[in-house]
Ligand binder design. Sequence first.
Ligand code: PGA
Length: 253
Amino acid sequence: MAPKFFVGGNWKCNGTTEEVKKIVTTLNEAEVPSEDIVEVVVSPPFVFLPLVKGLLRSDFQVAAQNCWVRRGGAFTGEISAEMLLNLSIPWVILGHSERRSLLAESNDFVADKVEHALSQGLKVIACIGETLEQRESGSTMSVVACQTKAIAEKIEHWENVVLAYEPVWAIGTGKVATPAQAQEVHSELRKWLRDNVGPEVAATTRIIYGGSVNGANCNELAAQPDVDGFLVGGASLKPEFVDIIKSATEKQR
Ligand code: PGA
């Protein structure tokens, strides 16, 4: 059986209280496929997590956009996994390329964060992806395999991991990967998981695509056999996020 379609909305560093309430109202009023067909997780900035958690419909979940690599303590400005759990926030996005590049988060550091978050009971959306330069030099697969390997070496259980393939050149650029480009990397990643972790993990781990997904391109991407959902940035702040959620029905055809 195909794993359940997953749609994540990464709001990044956007929004005011009023804007956040407006997005949540749109989501709460939306008619979407049932929870059996699609899992929806939205990720507001830390400061809005309790507000969104309190207002959001109960069939949608909430994710933080990061968390600290160890237990809390003397780490000014950080948020620990335990704090997220204390607020009943079940998910966290880790290893987003904006953090890997701007804050120099290495493969090892990201893997340590994934390991710690899982060990505390969070579910993780782990992001990987190549830059334009890496794609053009033909190293896409070795880059994403290396990022995945760092994680695979540190964790034993994959049930609470969603792997988000997000080519850096497609993020926020309007330059979406073609369905064939996405399918190619997703299928290679699944093969990598099969060969290096195991057939069960390869068959059940959701591999989702991120990078300029919108209401117009989501159906064709969702129809690709190895695309198990999306991580959506810009379009998750807009009403078209509902259309992206609905693209889960492509898997029912
Ligand atoms: P985008 O961002 O949809 O705006 O390209 C995706 C992401 O960064 O997760």
